[in-house]
Design a protein around this ligand. Structure first.
Ligand SMILES: Cc1ncc(COP(=O)(O)O)c(C=O)c1O
Length: 444
């Protein structure tokens, strides 16, 4: 682990201290990378360098506009390469993975059947309003997921089909058998889209090599929190679809015809990028792609795996704490670990860890309600519908992990040291003397 840690880039939140209800402050132990990663320092530096040149994209003759347009178009190439897509693939910048999947969802040919697993994140599960939906049940193993998909595809009527494949689960971190699911889909003539929200910053992706048609990803989960995501992949369905957002940028021409507007829509990529694009977000994403690539996947993976193993060993020693998984204990994961604590309200635990120890983890059902219910059932916690989740990334240290394990142990054995009251679903420290940061204190 030391080699990887020595080479890690600094994060923009590296010096962040957070206040405690008991007084004073501690360095923030951010163990919520699966929700949003902090910003890489390199991303912030590069965004700062871009900002003086920040100008309109594809809309100006001015020199800064030309520079901005080049930056934006170069970002497409960087993201395309990062995900291993073919050179002729479309790269459409979106707001995030949800937006990218909804864009694809609106571009399906009429009558497309969509196959997705009940355990998928809601973005992957629900973005397909106009299609005929197949709900695939909870698989007992990775191999079982391939069998379930093959059976569903074999029984499905003819017509266009799309299979939604999760790269890594945001609930359990488990890696799905992406290449195998893609191969089965191909055998049955189905297209595929990879939900790479939890994969992109944690494992190398080979879109073309894995035989996938599209990928959706989010900048804010890959160290580039400036509001950009992307949909990358095949052009035909996207070229034929109505523009995702009608308006400027998506139009080649608008003329009056018989008292109405006759519109010729642009081709890709502009067709689906109506309005002024988010050049800062796109550039940030490209810089993050380059930074992670330069760091090298072995360093990234070793670092996260070592910390995940340390975390799991620590959690296993705490009475009443059960790790939540869909599949066998030895199935590979990214650095996402969900768990339940017997006899406690999970939200109270997350609140007390933040208030008394300066630790940030997630509690709830993680926008994947069916998956959370399934994994809670697996360990006999079926009476609850909430879990806890700790997740690691480039800025996580062994101290963060150890602090979580020690604090959780103390909470489970001795209970919270502060008082908390519950309003609705939420526990809050009462009183809560933690000062808000100075920039918020003015009531802006
Ligand atoms: C597996 C998975 N898919 C999709 C999403 C949606 O990502 P976003 O909120 O960036 O649109 C998430 C977010 O947590 C996720 O974990």
């Amino acid at each position: 682990m030391s080699l990887a840690v020595d080479r890690l880039p600094t994060l923009a939140d590296a010096d962040l201290r957070v206040p405690l209800v008991t007084g004073g402050s501690v360095p923030y132990a951010n163990l919520d990378y699966a929700a949003s990663t902090p910003c890489l320092a390199a991303v912030r530096t590069e965004v700062d360098r871009l900002l003086p040149w920040y100008s309109s994209v594809h809309r100006g003759a001015g020199f800064a506009s030309q520079v901005s347009t080049r930056v934006y178009e170069r970002a497409r190439s960087t993201v395309r390469e990062f995900v291993g897509a073919k050179p002729d693939s479309a790269v459409l910048f979106t707001r995030n993975t949800t937006d990218a999947l909804n864009l694809l969802g609106r571009s399906l040919p009429a009558g497309t059947q969509v196959f997705r697993f009940a355990t998928d994140h809601h973005a992957a599960l629900l973005s397909w309003r106009t299609a005929r939906l197949h709900r695939l049940g909870v698989p007992a193993s990775a191999e079982d997921s391939v069998r379930i998909l093959a059976r569903a595809l074999a029984e499905a009527p003819n017509g266009p089909k799309l299979v939604v494949i999760t790269g890594a689960s945001n609930v359990t971190g488990e890696l799905w058998p992406v290449a195998e699911l893609a191969e089965v889909s191909r055998l049955f003539g189905a297209r595929t889209v990879l939900d790479a929200a939890q994969l992109a910053a944690h494992r190398p992706i080979d879109l073309a090599g894995w035989g996938l048609c599209w990928i959706a990803l989010s900048g804010h989960k890959m160290y580039a929190p400036f509001g950009s995501g992307a949909l990358v992949g095949e052009t035909d369905w996207l070229s034929d679809a109505e523009p995702y957002l009608a308006g400027g940028g998506a139009t080649a021409s608008v003329v009056e015809q018989a008292g109405a507007e006759a519109v010729t829509w642009s081709g890709l990529p502009h067709r689906h990028e109506g309005g002024s694009p988010n050049i800062v977000g796109a550039y940030a994403m490209a810089v993050a792609c380059d930074a992670v690539t330069r760091l090298g996947w072995p360093a990234v993976v070793d670092h996260e795996q070592a910390l995940t193993a340390r975390l799991c060993e620590g959690l296993a020693m705490i009475p009443g704490v059960r790790r939540l998984r869909l599949w066998a204990d030895d199935h590979p994961t990214v650095g996402v670990v969900s768990f339940g604590v017997a006899g406690f309200d999970q939200q109270l635990i997350a609140t007390a860890l933040a208030a008394e120890h300066g630790i940030g983890i997630r509690d709830g059902a993680f926008c994947a309600h069916q998956a959370v219910r399934a994994v809670l059932d697996n360990v006999g916690f079926g009476q609850s519908d909430r879990a806890l989740r700790a997740s690691v990334g480039l800025g996580t240290t062994a101290e963060h992990v150890d602090r979580l394990v020690l604090a959780l142990r103390e909470l489970v054995l001795d209970g919270p040291k502060w008082t908390y009251t519950r309003t609705g679903d939420e526990w809050r420290p009462t009183p809560d003397p933690r000062p808000v940061p100075e920039f918020l204190a003015g009531g802006r």
